[in-house]
Design a protein around this ligand. Structure first.
Ligand SMILES: *[C@@H]1O[C@H](CO)[C@@H](O)[C@H](O)[C@H]1NC(C)=O
Ligand SMILES: *[C@@H]1O[C@H](CO)[C@@H](O)[C@H](O)[C@H]1NC(C)=O
Ligand SMILES: *[C@@H]1O[C@H](CO)[C@@H](O)[C@H](O)[C@H]1NC(C)=O
Ligand SMILES: *[C@@H]1O[C@H](CO)[C@@H](O)[C@H](O)[C@H]1NC(C)=O
Ligand SMILES: *[C@@H]1O[C@H](CO)[C@@H](O)[C@H](O)[C@H]1NC(C)=O
Ligand SMILES: *[C@@H]1O[C@H](CO)[C@@H](O)[C@H](O)[C@H]1NC(C)=O
Ligand SMILES: *[C@@H]1O[C@H](CO)[C@@H](O)[C@H](O)[C@H]1NC(C)=O
Ligand SMILES: *[C@@H]1O[C@H](CO)[C@@H](O)[C@H](O)[C@H]1NC(C)=O
Length: 333
């Protein structure tokens, strides 16, 4: 019972605080608030106003969420009743529990200095009588950084940026509200966004604290000689598709496929006929005699039956220390 009561209470508080601020009023919103204001300013009759075109905001009071407002002053053009001449007026509107209402007494001809002036956004009240023609009661200068707005509840309740969920932040930068590497500038509408860039093969991690390794294929391009790299998970698991490259699947497409024509049996049973070897000129080219026999390709001398010690000219010892790789495709032809 107690828990339910607390929950209901929490939901009420939550919905109240969420419902408080309004998005900018639509023309129908303005048409709804105009009649009582017109009665007061133009006389007691019935009105069916039609707002024509878009309105000009003179003053905007930021709500606690992005794109919501607590109060506005605006200049609207409208016909008070169908067929009547269009008129232009300035009026104040206030948001309460998610609904706009007009402030009676605020409907005036627009002052020339307000016409086509950019809207004031550094206000915590937008009312006739405040701030001259702009109707702006200014935020305290403690809010004069970042977004340069306050939320309407008081002159020092600063709204300097928006968190990722759209909530106003009372902090100058996003570091404390969202985390390191978050920034809010005019170019992103003062919304704290992750501004970390990662090099190829890495992506920004979920909390914008660093870069996650994405793909060994992008990072290391391990497949040589035009082999296609196929990425699996985990990120360091991959294979090379060496089809059509002339190299074998193993060893990152660096192992030359032996031409089947000369004599396949010879290839597996003994080292290939030694090539003229200027690099290893010291050893006797015709036969590297005393070493054990192994079946490793391109091997000049073996360590044991399955491990090569010195690879033949034009090939090299692979990192496994026992096999030889050959990169010169031309040798095949
Ligand atoms: C309001 O004015 C516009 C443009 O003058 C017109 O198209 C529209 O029909 C009018 N709406 C009403 C409800 O009179
Ligand atoms: C952001 O704000 C924090 C705390 O408010 C401060 O320590 C930090 O220096 C600020 N960073 C920048 C870049 O202004
Ligand atoms: C900033 O807000 C304006 C008005 O809502 C919008 O037109 C614009 O696309 C937004 N820019 C960014 C980067 O979100
Ligand atoms: C992100 O950071 C880069 C480089 O530090 C900077 O040029 C860019 O303006 C930043 N973007 C935003 C939205 O602040
Ligand atoms: C690498 O991915 C393949 C294909 O998905 C899988 O069969 C293999 O078990 C993975 N290897 C490792 C070490 O995870
Ligand atoms: C390997 O590459 C060849 C030639 O590009 C292609 O035909 C084949 O489908 C590929 N195999 C795999 C498993 O991707
Ligand atoms: C294949 O390439 C990867 C990534 O560059 C490397 O770590 C690995 O040692 C290579 N394997 C062989 C057998 O050369
Ligand atoms: C051959 O030598 C290598 C490297 O010294 C060693 O790892 C391997 O176990 C040996 N194999 C045999 C069959 O003796």
């Amino acid at each position: 019972m107690m828990r339910e009561a607390v929950l209901v209470f929490a939901l009420c508080v939550l919905s109240l605080s969420v419902a408080q601020d309004c998005p900018l009023p639509t023309n129908p919103d303005i048409e709804t608030v105009l009649p009582p204001l017109l009665v007061e300013s133009d006389g007691p009759q019935s009105y069916s106003p039609n707002v024509t075109g878009s309105v000009q905001y003179v003053c905007l009071v930021q709500g606690s969420m992005i794109d919501t407002y607590n109060g506005v002053s605006l200049i609207a053009r409208f016909t008070p009743n169908p067929g009547e001449p269009e008129t232009s007026r300035i009026l104040d509107m206030e948001c309460g529990s998610g609904t706009w209402s007009g402030r009676t007494g605020s409907l005036d001809p627009p002052p020339p200095s307000a016409i086509d002036a950019p809207p004031r956004t550094d206000c915590y009240r937008c009312r006739e009588g405040f701030g001259g023609d702009t109707r702006c009661r200014e935020c305290s200068n403690v809010c004069n950084s970042g977004l340069m707005r306050c939320t309407g509840s008081g002159s020092t309740d600063c709204c300097l940026s928006f968190a990722a969920n759209g909530q106003c932040n009372p902090t100058t930068n996003c570091t404390s509200s969202s985390g390191p590497n978050y920034v809010a500038t005019e170019s992103n509408n003062f919304t704290c966004t992750c501004n970390l860039t990662c090099s190829a093969g890495y992506t920004v991690n979920s909390d914008c604290t660093g870069c996650d390794f994405t793909s060994i294929c992008d990072k290391d391009t391990p497949c040589m000689n035009g082999g296609q790299c196929i990425q699996y998970s985990p990120p360091d698991n991959y294979t090379c598709n060496c089809t059509g490259t002339g190299y074998e699947e193993e060893l990152n497409c660096t192992d030359l496929i032996l031409s089947p024509s000369p004599s396949p049996s010879l290839v597996l049973s003994s080292p290939p006929a030694p090539l003229p070897s200027p690099l290893f000129g010291a050893s006797s080219p015709p036969s590297p005699s005393p070493s054990p026999i192994c079946t490793v390709r391109y091997c000049d001398s073996c360590q044991n039956s399955s491990c090569c010690k010195t690879c033949s000219s034009g090939s090299y010892l692979n990192p496994d220390g026992c096999t030889c790789g050959k990169v010169e495709k031309a040798a095949q032809i």
